[in-house]
Design a protein. Structure first.
Length: 139
């Protein structure tokens, strides 16, 4: 049996009012134009942003008193979005700088595989994100 890829990933965020505009503005230029809402298992609203072949869900935290995000605890280390071109990585990095977003590194080439060009940065809750272009592998 063969998988066709990841259908969706859901993230829990501190504030939908802060995170939904961040993700829409970040991902829109990369082809993520769909937005839908569904009811979660606890009655919460989940906002799904739909991109090329997958979706990302955002739901507001229901447990308060949470600590800052630590990607080295059990759970998500980072989430990577694919770009069609190296120029898209550059453009999104420039947008991130203009928004005052903390950039961990890049954009630059990394040795993971030939032509791997990426920028690593953090969302409003400190979740590590990446935008990458790999020649010949773009969605």
């Amino acid at each position: 049996m063969r998988s066709t890829g990841v259908h969706h990933v859901d993230l829990v965020v501190a504030s939908i009012e802060r995170s939904l505009p961040f993700y829409r503005d970040l991902l829109g230029p990369l082809g993520w134009h769909g937005l839908s809402e569904v009811e979660g298992e606890r009655g919460e609203t989940i906002f799904y942003l739909t991109g090329p072949g997958t979706s990302i869900g955002l739901r507001e935290a229901q447990t308060r008193g949470f600590e800052p995000y630590d990607r080295y605890r059990i759970g998500l280390h980072h989430l990577c979005f694919e770009a069609y071109a190296r120029a898209d990585v550059e453009e999104r990095a420039e947008w991130l700088r203009g928004q005052g977003v903390e950039i961990e590194s890049g954009p630059e080439e990394y040795g993971y595989e030939p032509g791997y060009y990426a920028v690593f940065f953090y969302d409003p809750d400190g979740i590590k994100l990446e935008i990458v272009h790999v020649p010949g592998r773009a969605a």
